[in-house]
Design a binder for this molecule. Structure first.
Ligand SMILES: Nc1nc2c(ncn2[C@@H]2O[C@H](COP(=O)(O)OP(=O)(O)O)[C@@H](O)[C@H]2O)c(=O)[nH]1
Ligand SMILES: [Mg+2]
Length: 231
């Protein structure tokens, strides 16, 4: 153990010697059709990070998004020999499309127009679909175009399926997911020729919590990686 080398004479951990956790904040946006589970992902991740178990009551309490919603999580992650304190700041816009002309709530486009000056950088985008809805999966074509101008060269993305618990109703196959992932990556490259972000797929349940821990780990890793690419 060499930790004593990093302790100053009166025993406090010395700053700037690599032993203090490095603090990184990342901005994570969830996009996708209405009711695919965007708000649920952010909320359930935040609650499970505080030690709560996911359950139906939490999901029942979530209502339709008409504005930009915020949620945040602070988590510690060890990557190599460095310890990080990662704050994930979630941004959840509505899943209502402007083109649908629904007068009962504000659309994604309307809300993004309002908040655009406050959105400085997206580190990770979660392209979210409901695994029991082929429409929500196909509509990701729309969502990548809509979010395109908020992305930068180091934005990472995840193709995120929800409702994994509804095993008898799953409509999306592994083949569809692999194809979708390639499609999203090729769209990114054509929108941003210098794009060098990472991308991955993940399927979760907001009801049982399945794979949410992997999602959290992957998000923190992505935020650190985007941070390292910028410096
Ligand atoms: N069974 C199940 N229901 C879910 C899951 N995720 C979300 N829901 C439900 O799907 C509905 C829409 O979720 P919400 O988070 O409001 O979707 P959003 O419009 O994309 O933000 C809600 O009734 C949730 O309870 C999931 O993983 N499994
Ligand atoms: Mg919502």
């Amino acid at each position: 153990m060499t930790t004593s080398l990093n302790i100053d004479p009166i025993g406090r951990p010395a700053p700037f010697n690599g032993m203090m956790p490095e603090k990184v904040t990342g901005y994570v946006m969830l996009v996708g059709n209405g009711a695919v589970g965007k708000t649920s992902v952010a909320k359930v991740l935040a609650l499970t990070n505080q030690g709560q178990k996911p359950n139906a009551k939490i999901l029942d309490s979530i209502s339709k998004t008409n504005n930009l919603e915020y949620e945040f999580i602070t988590t510690r992650q060890q990557i190599g020999s460095t310890e990080y304190t990662v704050t994930l700041q979630f941004l959840v816009p509505p899943g209502q499309k402007q083109e649908d002309g629904d007068p009962t709530g504000r659309s994604f486009e309307a809300v993004i127009d309002i908040f655009r000056p406050t959105i400085h950088r997206l580190d990770v985008v979660l392209f979210t679909y409901d695994m029991t809805s082929m429409d929500s999966f196909h509509d990701l074509v729309y969502w990548i175009d809509s979010v395109g101008d908020l992305l930068n060269d180091t934005s990472h993305f995840i193709l995120l399926g929800t409702h994994l618990d509804r095993e008898n109703d799953l409509e999306i196959t592994r083949g569809d997911i692999d194809e979708g992932l390639e499609y999203l990556a090729s769209e990114m490259r054509s929108m941003l020729p210098s794009w060098k972000g990472n991308f991955a797929r993940l399927e979760v349940s907001n009801l049982t919590g399945e794979n949410l821990e992997s999602l959290l780990y992957y998000l923190a890793g992505s935020v650190i990686s985007a941070h390292q690419m910028r410096v």
